[in-house]
Design a protein around this ligand. Structure first.
Ligand SMILES: [Zn+2]
Length: 275
């Protein structure tokens, strides 16, 4: 994938020209990417909204469920995706950022044995993620992003980082909390940031194990399981309060952790393994 004249190569993206922009970015910008979902069901419905001259919204790229990309606004032009927003000392993030929209319904409501979107479409269980939104406390339901979409966003962000000196990758929910909930907890935003921004590594080293984040158990007892679901088996006694952890990965509101305990045990009961 390549960018030339601020557009994705035609082999890798479809292009639609829309004029809903505020002109060019100032020197040194954009340096931020903002991730969104469309809150809709198809690419076609997203494109018709973005192309509608009466809707004051636009974005640089829309990512369909099969991972295909459609570019609407060149990367050197300001699109209208963030609205009222703030990050650190900045307000109005459109002037600083590239907006990427993923085709996704967003939050779902459980109705009997099905999950439905705000526009009334039903989703089977395998397309549903139950997770806690970063701005909320209780788990809710979300449409699962496809692996192709997530791959496409990772690749696109990696390309944009090289082309535009991207320093921040943010969710709309982080710059407009209270007003916006996209992309929501089904999108691996922290992993994306971690891979592209926090790791000073070449692409070949992507698979290398990083220094893990640390955490501490806050509940009085916490089950530790084989997988990221309450349906999976526990693998040890529950972890007790204040147990320190290394956080290795995260998925759907679950953390893969490694427990670090240092202490003394009787040598008679430990088999030494060959190093
Ligand atoms: Zn948004």
């Amino acid at each position: 994938m390549k960018i030339s004249r601020h557009k994705l190569g035609r082999d890798h993206a479809a292009h639609e020209t829309i004029t809903k922009t505020s002109g060019r970015f100032t020197q040194g910008l954009p340096d931020t990417i903002v991730i969104h979902y469309t809150a809709g069901s198809t690419l076609e419905s997203a494109l018709s909204t973005f192309k509608d001259p009466d809707v004051r919204a636009s974005a640089h790229v829309v990512v369909d469920k099969d991972g295909s990309l459609t570019q609407l606004v060149p990367f050197d032009h300001i699109a209208w995706h963030a609205g009222q927003s703030a990050f650190r000392d900045r307000t109005g993030l459109n002037r600083f950022s590239i907006g990427i929209e993923l085709v996704n319904a967003g939050r779902l409501e459980k109705n009997g044995s099905a999950w439905s979107s705000w526009f009334g479409r039903n989703y089977p269980q395998e397309q549903v993620v139950q997770a806690v939104h970063r701005n909320e406390k209780e788990p809710t339901y979300w449409e699962r992003f496809t692996p192709e979409q997530i791959d496409a966003v990772f690749n696109l962000c990696s390309l944009l980082k090289k082309a535009y000196n991207i320093k921040h990758i943010l969710g709309h929910e982080e710059i407009s909390p209270g007003r916006k909930i996209d992309p929501g907890p089904a999108f691996p935003l922290d992993k994306l940031r971690d891979r592209l921004l926090h790791a000073d590594r070449s692409d070949q080293d992507e698979q290398r194990i990083r220094k893990p984040a640390r955490g501490m158990v806050r509940a009085s007892a916490l089950n530790i399981r084989t997988g990221p679901s309450a349906k999976t088996m526990t693998i040890a006694h529950p972890l007790s309060k204040n147990t320190e952890l290394d956080i290795l990965d995260q998925q759907d509101g679950w953390l893969q952790v490694k427990v670090q305990i240092t202490g003394w045990v009787s040598g008679r009961f430990v088999e030494k393994l060959p190093g």
